[in-house]
Ligand binder design. Structure first.
Ligand code: UD1
Ligand code: CA
Length: 452
């Protein structure tokens, strides 16, 4: 048996009015990346041959983003948003001479998994003309209801607005994912009208038409939280929460230890090594790779950072894009790191900002050290050699280089390069006035005005 060719059409042209946002709906993020990226990646992972995305005029941002995720994607523009069937018609070119499967998915259903998408293809290969993924909703409001006949076959999908009271009680809902044999889709689409409460061309009407003409439709079921449709900001939060649960569960099954997983937030692309420990209240933004035996202590916030094995970060650390923490290096409390390589075993333990720098292996950066990397116009680099010691409360005025093993006295303002193994001090010399304090106190006791 030859493999059937498959096409996925991802609908993303809807106005998304209920989001109350200037941003196209599918560009709102879940776990650090737009919803559309989740859908496209799931489609690709399911092994679909061709992918189309339907956008609206003025949504170049969406088209460009889709191409960035999947360069072979074909973009179609639906001039007016007259409904989901009308949106599929906008992509007609991709299926007009196709012979395999055509899957229609929504860009606002970001939790869909490749396995569920494959299930639709399997049902069609097994002889169904149409397959729809349904789910049992605890709260079915807003979803189309699947109407089953007395034999359990799906006879129609009724949109909420068009449903009568009895139909509204139905909890089996339409996820939005419908697969068709290309031929069936071509036959049914032109017959879909807009005689409904919204005056839109509903793709869901294809199900009733297929039933009336005796075609075989199948209903597949999946878990409700896999097909949360995001229409409003409250749905976005719900989808985020479901995605976070999924990411945490995946991380733990890969061996990550989480003390309080419900307080940890991950990104779609977080990479974990072995024996990683994450304490409560850690936020991991996009682009973070965590090596073996790394500990992330509580209340740390990371994005675009790479942590080599044995690194310890936090509590209350902030790693910004380009932070690279070397093996067994340590980034402690209230430390912010940006675009900086920290060498093996180096320590930046307290109250520090390090930006646009490199810190050699084994260097020790004292509390309160600040790289002054920005002069109001440009960013400049700070280079700190291996084994250097930077005393507390030092300002490193970039561009500046400290040689290997250099030693900086506390409280220094360092604006010139320091050679290897040298001591540099850049602070006012200390002055001492003998017995001054005792005399001062005595004077105050006698009621005399203070005198310097
Ligand atoms: C839709 C389904 C409903 C299902 C629910 C699942 C229809 C008529 N209704 O309702 O049965 O339970 O999804 O989440 O299909 N779009 C376009 N062009 C248009 C209209 C919509 O591209 O003209 C896109 C939207 O961008 C969105 C998707 O189609 O990604 C679904 O549209 P939306 O308006 O969100 O439909 P729902 O009311 O959620
Ligand atoms: Ca929707």
């Amino acid at each position: 048996m030859t493999e059937r060719s498959s096409i996925a059409i991802v609908l993303a042209a809807g106005k998304g009015k209920r989001m109350k946002s200037a941003k196209p709906k599918v560009m709102h993020k879940i776990a650090g990346t737009p919803m559309l990226a989740h859908v496209l990646r799931a489609v690709r992972a399911a092994g679909i041959d061709k992918i189309a995305v339907v956008t609206a005029p003025g949504m170049e941002e969406v088209a460009e983003f889709a191409r960035g995720i999947e360069p072979s994607v074909e973009i179609f523009v639906q001039e007016d948003q007259l409904g989901t069937a009308h949106a599929v018609l906008a992509a007609e070119d991709i299926f007009e001479s196709a012979s395999g499967d055509v899957l229609v998915l929504f860009g606002d259903t970001p939790l869909l998994t490749p396995a569920t998408i494959k299930g639709v293809g399997d049902a069609l290969s097994a002889g169904a003309d149409l397959a729809v993924i349904g789910f049992e909703a605890t709260d079915p409001r807003g979803y189309g209801r699947l109407i089953l006949d007395e034999h359990g076959a799906v006879s129609a999908i009724r949109e909420e607005k068009d449903a009568n009271e009895a139909e509204r009680d139905i909890r089996l809902c339409n996820s939005g994912i419908i697969g068709f044999c290309a031929e069936t889709l071509r036959r049914l689409l032109p017959r879909i009208g807009k005689q409904n409460a919204s005056g839109e061309y509903y793709l869901t009407d294809a199900v009733g038409l297929a039933y009336a003409s005796g075609q075989a439709s199948r209903v597949l079921r999946c878990a409700a939280d896999e097909v949360i449709g995001v229409n409003a900001k409250s749905d976005l939060a719900l989808a985020e929460s479901a995605m976070q649960s999924r990411l945490r569960a995946r991380a733990m099954s890969d061996g990550v230890t989480m003390v309080a997983p419900e307080t940890v937030f991950l990104s779609h692309d977080t990479i974990f090594g072995k024996d990683v420990l994450i304490e409560p209240h850690v936020i991991v933004g996009p682009g973070v790779a965590i090596g073996d035996n790394v500990t992330l202590k509580g209340f740390s916030h990371l994005e675009g950072a790479t942590l080599a094995s044995g690194a310890v970060v936090g509590p209350f650390a902030r790693l910004r894009p380009g932070a690279k923490v070397g093996e067994k290096a340590r980034v402690g409390n209230f430390v912010e790191i940006k675009q900086t390589d920290i060498g093996e075993g180096a320590k930046v333990n307290h109250l520090t900002y390090i930006g646009d720098a490199s810190i050699g292996a084994g260097a020790n950066i004292g509390a309160g050290t600040i790289t002054c990397n920005y002069d109001g116009f440009d960013k400049h680099r700070t280079t700190i050699g291996a084994g250097a010691f930077v005393g507390s409360n030092t300002s490193l005025v970039a561009p500046v280089t400290l040689g290997d093993g250099a030693y900086i006295g506390s409280g220094s303002v360092i604006s010139k390069d320091v050679s290897a193994d040298a001591l540099a001090l850049g602070r006012a010399p200390q002055e001492e006035r003998k017995d001054w304090a005792a005399k001062f106190r005595a004077r105050r006791k006698r009621g005399n005005a203070p005198k310097q």
